[in-house]
Design a protein around this ligand. Structure first.
Ligand code: PEP
Ligand code: MN
Length: 364
């Protein structure tokens, strides 16, 4: 393993580095006179990499070698494609996940599920366990919600995406979920990541609202390291200074992740925007920048929603987003899983829509 060390290291910092290398079982030799490039020969355990990266003397690891992280894209490595029921994410396939923020009651859930399916969604989202910023806000229908999700899957055939907040619930959730969501507030909860990794169900890992891409990829590493290769990353907006939107959708992150990792990357424009009027525009932008799927909050009566009603689109608006997705997938030569929306697709409406949007904004 090759490491770049800080320039002009103090004797003390250098000794700390050498002591750490010895403790981990490595022999160190310097490859340059200024002692900035160190070669470590030793066991190459993946966990040693982060211990060394944390050492104040180390700038970066230049040659991860055998300790290469599993989420990183190797030279010429193709996209990993992950199948979840009828959905396919990555490797040129795009899938739509739609549904309410929270599982509230059965008939409403079924109504929303049927509507998103009719538009071409292949997965139904819905939180039975809700991560809320305030402990006094609605916390979800919990186990009863899981039962409702299971019934709706039977009824519609949609794959179920639902969140796990607590390692103690992982097993029960894995029985119902086709994909387990790890929410932004739990992205770096290592115990939870390891536990959902053990379930072997695909994991939808949302980026924390204060997390770097490096931290997101290392969080994914916990799931991969538990023996679960099926991780889908989700950009859902990061916190910034402007309150016009709930978060700031980091589209650059999507493009950057598509280069640095082979894992699929989906976008959740709903939590990024926090307001339904922006969701469709952000959904289009997400697909244009290379997202492998969309996670959209949909509600048939948003005013009555028990959480995140302001950002939930109606089933009709979801149908338009699905139509856009079909058009954009056709344009970019990608496959939209689910067939229905793809069949109904005609690239024309997208450009007509763009013209309409331009006119609405006062453009000629
Ligand atoms: C959600 O998907 O409903 C949710 C709580 O998302 P996030 O973890 O991104 O806030
Ligand atoms: Mn929500």
């Amino acid at each position: 393993m090759l490491l770049r060390l800080r320039k002009d290291l103090s004797a003390n910092d250098l000794e700390l580095f050498l002591a750490l290398a010895r403790e981990l079982g490595y022999q160190c030799r310097f490859l340059d006179a200024s002692r900035q490039i160190a070669e470590l020969a030793g066991p190459e355990r993946i966990q040693d990499r982060s211990r060394l990266e944390d050492c104040c003397a180390v700038v970066s690891i230049l040659d991860p070698g055998a300790a290469r992280e599993r989420a990183l894209r190797g030279p010429k490595q193709a996209d990993t494609q992950i199948e979840v029921g009828g959905a396919r994410f990555g490797g040129g396939s795009v899938s739509l996940i739609g549904g309410p923020c929270a599982v509230e009651e059965y008939t409403r859930l079924l109504e929303i599920a049927r509507a998103v399916k009719a538009s071409g969604a292949t997965c139904l989202r819905g939180g039975a366990f809700k991560p809320r910023t305030s402990p006094y806000s609605y916390q979800g229908t919990r186990r009863a919600g899981l039962e409702m999700l299971a019934k709706v899957r039977e009824e519609t055939g949609l794959a179920i995406v639902t969140e796990c907040l607590d390692p103690r619930d992982a097993e029960a959730i894995a029985e119902v979920a086709d994909m387990i969501q790890i929410g932004a507030r739990n992205m770096d909860n290592a115990a939870l990541l390891t536990e959902v990794g053990r379930t072997k169900k695909p994991v939808l890992l949302k980026r924390g609202f204060m997390s770097t891409l490096r931290e997101l990829l290392l969080a994914a590493e916990y799931v991969l390291d538990a023996g679960n290769e099926q991780v889908i990353l989700c950009e859902r907006g990061i916190r910034s200074f402007d309150s016009s939107t709930r978060n700031v959708l980091d589209l650059g992150a999507v493009a950057a992740l598509k280069r640095s990792t082979h894992l699929p990357v989906v976008v959740d424009p709903s939590h990024a925007a926090g307001r339904r009027d922006l969701v469709r525009d952000l959904a289009r932008a997400s697909l244009a920048v290379g997202a492998d799927g969309l996670l959209i909050e949909v509600h048939s009566a948003p005013a009555e929603a028990l959480s995140d009603g302001a950002q939930a689109v109606s089933p009709e608006e979801f149908a338009q987003i699905a139509q856009d997705a079909a058009g954009l997938c056709a344009l970019f030569g990608r496959q939209l899983a689910g067939g229905l929306a793809a069949r109904a697709a005609n690239p024309q409406p997208v450009s007509k829509d763009v013209q309409r949007t331009k006119r609405a904004r006062g453009a000629p």
